[in-house]
Design a protein around this ligand. Structure first.
Ligand SMILES: NC(=O)c1ccc[n+]([C@@H]2O[C@H](COP(=O)([O-])OP(=O)(O)OC[C@H]3O[C@@H](n4cnc5c(N)ncnc54)[C@H](OP(=O)(O)O)[C@@H]3O)[C@@H](O)[C@H]2O)c1
Length: 278
């Protein structure tokens, strides 16, 4: 199935920078009507103005997605402004890079709030509007929810325990809702990026003292990930591991899980040996 988003209202979370911003730019080129959300009102307003200058229809709905009132205000604001909601693109997220032994309950709860509870509650609020989008369509249109999770949601990566837990929960919720929402005509899609070179990625990490080696400089450009996310929406792809590293872990989990486990443990032995030597 191919889906056209021309004239469709798409709510993009995490649109102020990184992958979300690039998704919004690409959807605008496809003729979508963009509702943009994140906390940084200035960045969102700038993006909305930029998209409008290029002929798109776009508006900023700033808010903190961990706040129930903000979530409610954002979704009802989008429907009041554009009359409907056709696609929810859940892209907002945070990451903590550091070992569990030196982490805290506060970090675990924060990561789960942003990466799991916030998008799940956005889905709860959006679902009735997406159902209406399906029921009122005359042209076979199918509304969609696109969940940008991570390959961390398919395999636990050392030094990223909270992030992996939040993304595993999000991936499982996505799979359950994909089945449940069939009866509402809503497609629920999953995208699993690997390590991505986003805007100031390391600056926005809740912690940045993880010990496993991650090649941030060699990570996948966020433009490529945004292309893959939009392609998933347009082609209705249920699950997509984006980039070689992500695909490798995704495929390895199915074909040779002991090899992937050995690879992950080797990363930890490497830094443990380094520390013993120093
Ligand atoms: N970068 C990677 O290596 C990587 C890898 C795999 C998966 N991913 C996933 O891809 C998604 C986007 O990542 P990214 O690299 O583009 O990250 P990013 O550049 O840090 O952007 C994160 C976005 O989420 C928004 N956000 C964070 N907390 C929020 C909150 N409480 N309420 C509302 N918005 C909030 C941020 O906006 P404000 O700060 O303005 O609120 C920002 O727009 C995330 O879900 C991430 O987990 C990223």
């Amino acid at each position: 199935m191919r889906r056209s988003v021309r004239g469709r209202v798409v709510l993009v979370t995490g649109a102020s920078r990184g992958i979300g911003r690039r998704i919004a730019e690409r959807l605008a080129k496809q003729g979508a009507i963009l509702a943009l959300t994140a906390r940084s009102a200035d960045d969102l307003n700038k993006l909305a103005a930029d998209l409008k200058a290029r002929g798109a229809e776009a508006e900023a709905f700033p808010g903190d997605l961990t706040n129930p009132d903000d979530r409610e205000r954002i979704v009802s604001g989008v429907v009041a402004r554009f009359g409907r909601l056709d696609v929810l693109m859940n892209c907002a997220g945070v990451c903590s890079f550091g070992e569990f032994a030196t982490s805290s309950e506060e970090i675990a709860r924060k990561v789960l709030e942003v990466n799991f509870f916030a998008p799940v509650e956005m889905i709860r609020l959006a679902a009735p509007h997406l159902t209406r989008s399906f029921e009122t369509a005359r042209d076979g249109w199918r509304p969609a929810i696109v969940n940008v999770a991570s390959i961390c949601g398919r395999w636990g990566i050392p030094s990223m325990s909270e992030h992996c837990a939040s993304k595993h929960a999000f991936v499982s919720m996505t799979e359950a809702l994909r089945a449940e929402f069939v009866r509402f005509g809503i497609d629920v899609l999953l995208v699993l990026p690997g390590l991505v070179r986003s805007d100031d990625l390391q600056k926005h990490l809740l912690r940045n003292d993880g010990k496993i080696h991650l090649n941030f400089a060699g990570a996948q450009p966020s433009d490529e990930v945004a292309d893959a996310v939009v392609r998933s929406l347009l082609t209705n792809r249920a699950e997509k591991a984006v980039g070689f590293a992500s695909w490798w872990v995704w495929f390895g989990k199915r074909m040779f899980p002991r090899g992937v486990r050995f690879f992950m443990q080797r990363k930890v032995w490497k830094y443990a040996r380094r520390e013993q030597g120093s």
